[in-house]
Design a protein around this ligand. Sequence first.
Ligand code: SF4
Length: 685
Amino acid sequence: MTTTTTRTICPFCGVGCGMGLRVEDSRVIAVEPAPNHPVSHGQLCAKGWNAAFGVDPAQRLTQPYRREGEVFVPVDWEEALDDIAARLKDFRDNDGPDSLGVISCARATNEDNYAAQKFARVALRSPNIDHCARICHSPSVAGLAQTLGSGAMTNSLADVEQADLIVVWGADPTENHAIFGGRILKAKLNGAKLVVVDPRQSRLAKLADLHLPLTLGSNIALANGLLHLIFREGWEAKDFLSARVDNVEALKAHVAACTPELTARITGIDPDTLRRFADLYAHSPAAFLCYGMGITQFASGTSNVIALSNLVLACGQIGKPGAGINPLRGQNNVQGACDMGCLPNVYPGYQPVADAAVREKFAQAWGSPQPEKPGMTSLAMMHGARDGAMRAMIIAGEDPALTDPDQTEVARALKKLDLLVVLEMHLTETAKLADYILPVAAFAEKDGTFSNCERRVQRVRKAVEPPAECRTDWQIFGELARRMGVAGLDWQNAEAVFDEMCGLMPIFSAMTYGRLDEHQGLQWPCNTEHPEGSPILHQERFPLQASGRARLVCVDAVEPAEMPDAEYPLAFTTQRLHFHYGGGSMTRCAPVLERETPLGLLFMHPADAADLGLGQHSPVRVFSRRGEVDTRVELAPELPVGTVSMPYHFHEAPCNRLTNTAQDPVTKMPELKACAVRVEKREEA
Ligand code: SF4
């Protein structure tokens, strides 16, 4: 039997490792690491090695289904698409485009995401397009755009090996971005210093030169306290600030009151440790700062990102190798879904909806007048569904019924829609609520591109045909548009979608599939000015304003919206586990990964457990103001006393029944990282 290997990209996290899919008898039978890949250098983590299980046709939805009462019945594509298109057209024409919305998929290709937003803006004529960056890195896009002018990782993942100091703030890359985590460990072995800022003593924190176990949600206070010391001691990068940054005096005055003593009271970090960190960060020749959802998933998410950006700018740790501010994106193509304009306020390439010239450009290119105002975020669409303002939604490959905060409300809202269409590979919690489920092709079954977290656009290649009746997202959106009488989404192949988007996105304008193949991916901006791509941003100027200067922005420390009290005495946070990904729909198909799931999913310090008379694997019920969840205790000495944590991969113990919907005022990011809970021992039946 012939075995072929097709080179493609891992479908899990934003590191974007290269992999080969081994195919026998038209089936993916195994995965192997891609040698010489610029990011992964012939390595994969446990999730990557098990990627073949997630595309196994035996565990997939392979034909369309329609809800009839409480059951799903098979339906043929033509009938499903005709009915969906007719109903969408009816809602659009009679209830208005604002009653419709699309949530696109950060796991799907750039081509699928481009098609999703074009379908919303052209076929539905609706500005309501969003995706799961809303609940992971929308504050990175907004916060870095305010200070630097561009909301993406400034450096490359490889740069960590050129850093003298690595700062990991609110992230756990050895768990969640494992191949990048390995590079951090290699850099440390080669002499780089490592500082970890995390309430938990993560594995990486145990190996760090300095661990700052700050109080949950006190990131701004810590950054402002560091800035206070840096300005007070005169450690700021004076020449860099004077040449390239605005608003220095205002920030200096703003942090004048953030003394080490005050900072210690808010963050729990003693003044000596604070000083050691400030000294190291300000004086390292190159300091690489990366962060994750421990920064963004707060109601203060945008301000948290701005606070870190202020620190980076003040010390001139940007625009050079081994430095920068580097958000670690979660899903394989969440960077790409943002790049494609699957956000309610920007078109592809971050061109703002609010700019009339940009709207006119897209109206001309697409032959369709464009909505004048930015659309609703995904959470606003949920509120619209709950309140009856939304009639129909298409959700492609996302599982908000599991991953959004206050799940009971999300399910209630989705059930109130007149039409919910879900594009999915598996019967997720959201798919269970759909009127139609349309089966989609997996990453191994399609051509396209993913953008990893360092802005590298990489080729995804078809290794096998999709099973049975599965189709790509872009084909489904194209078919629906055609049935609605809308032209311009009838691409012949993925490359035609890519070429169209590159023609409209100045940051992609020098990319073609051929050039991506030649270079093993290209990092945007990739245009006439930077034809070979841009591994490091902001080396000479910031794209924030005509002067090319960045701007420091004053932000104040705020507490999480819900703090522990007498009724709910424990702080609650969420986390991810190395062996699983997202809502678990793909990784939980792999027996090896499933075997690694701990029995207890409520992580709790042994002292808290002892206070409540609990031990390892004790059955418990966790209550918040929004709901309750039954699970078991997993003793976790790495957590601070008084804080408990749950992962969100498991529908059996859905932690987002507990989480808070308090939102960041700028991005509407919900505060998934902090709320208050009560834990009670549970009798098992
Ligand atoms: Fe896949 Fe991320 Fe693991 Fe690389 S680190 S193999 S991209 S899950």
